[in-house]
Every structure is written in C-alpha cells, then in structure tokens.
Design a protein around this ligand. Sequence first.
Ligand SMILES: [Fe+2]
Length: 289
Amino acid sequence: MRNAASTLAELVAPLSEPEFLAFLRERRLVHLRSANSGCYAHLTGWEALKRLIEQGEYPRRPDYFRVAKESVPAPSERWRVDGKVDTIRLEQCLSDGFSIIITHIEQHVPALGALCQSLSAQLLEPTYIGAIVTTGAEGAFRLHYDFEDLIILQVEGTKRWQLFGPPVSNPVRGMAKQAAPNGAPMFDAVLEPGDLLFVPAGHWHHCQTISGRSIHLGIFLLPPTGWHAAKALTSELLAEELFRTPLTRIEDATQLAALETEVKRRLIEKISAMRLCEFPAEWNRLRPF
Ligand SMILES: [Fe+2]
C-alpha cells in the first residue's frame, strides 16, 4: 500500500512544485493523468469511508455532512437513524442516485489532516478536504462554481467533469451572483482513479458518474484577498466605542460633525496601518470557516 502524499510536491507529482505553483498563481486549469498513483484509495475508498462513519468518525456539523442530488438535499431521516449517520441507508440513497458530500474530512483522517497542515503552512492559505461519493448520471450539485481553488483527486471509479467558460474572475464568497454560462464545455473529460484536476476558483463545472460508484476528494484552498483584510479591519473597529455611537441619538449637528471627523481620522489611521504582507499569516491562523 502506497503512503498518502503529505506535501504539495508529492501531491502534484509528476508536475514539479514550481510548475504547479505557476498554475495556481494564474488560476489555470490542469488535468494530470495518474498523479500520485491513487495513493488515497486505502484512506477514502468506500469501504474505508464506511468504516469511519460506523466508528462515528465524521463531522457533526450538518453543513459538513450532506446527501444531495443536483443540489437538492435528501431529508436527513432518509440517512440518519437516531441522529447518527447510517451506512446502510447511505447505500440506499446512493442507489437512488443521491451523492454523499462530507467536507472537513481531514479532521477524521490523520494523513489528510497532515496534508492540509503542510499545504496551509507552505501556501499561507487555509485548506480543508471534502469527499464526494456518487452513483448515477446526476451530480451532487447542479452547474456551479466554487469560491475556493479546488484540487480534485479521483479516488475510486470514474467521473465526467465538464467545465464551462468564461470563468468568474477571482470570486469571493458574498459577491453578487453571476449568470451561468450556456455554451459548449471548455473542458470535458472522464477522470480515472489517480487523476488530479485543478479547478481554479470561479470555473463553472458539472459532474456525472459514468458507471458504478465514484469517489473523489476535493482539496479546498482559500486564499486571502484585500477584501478579507478590509473585512478583518472592520471587525477590529467594533472594539472601539467611537464606531459604536448611535448616530440617530446625537441631536446636535456640531457634535455629529465632530464624530464624523473623528471616525474618518481613525479610519485613515487604521487603513494606513494595514499591512497586506502580514495579513495572509494572520488569516491562516484565524482559519475562517
Ligand atoms: Fe464544486
């Protein structure tokens, strides 16, 4: 049994690390056949996932464990018994064409936890991993794009990935919704066990399982932006009473003007002190998800 990749270099082989980092910087799509020789199959194949679930090793947050078909969730009574996830019911959902989506699975698989730590330390970007199990022609999600960069690792079975352009440029969660494209796919390929697909943030995609069961891992990378730095700054402002004074309770126009001057002065001071070069380490420490 081959050891799971635990570093970026091992993960993206046979690409070199600098080659992959160039794709990451440019947010350019990459498909690597037989990367890392399918070294995650023993950790997150269906039998291994079932074992984890039966041992109670799965995320408890409801948004971290979902069962859905084309973005429509299956009621949790269909796959939970007495509040616990039930693998027999999950298999029934799979045969009914639903997909299982487990995010933050690295918290329950030490080798994946180590990989996330290594990636985060190197890239200064929070990372987490989702496992998606599907059967049938319909995908877990309808056509969508993610706000995070995604490294997809096909673990078991095969899956057709279709990507549609143009991508949404540098998306950040919370921005206005974009209209879905309706042209022909710019990428259409079937991923096989061991394949790696780098899907940059903002790339519209839809998946289909070709036959049998498919399992893939998605490694989510959340790079900080200037907006995140500005948002962190506004959170800091809340600690200062100056920004918490109710404007509608000031009757005197001169007092209000004085407050405005003081608020602007403090904002300029805070903005001038903003250090974007220091923010990624801070953001990575905060792990904002
Ligand atoms: Fe996605």
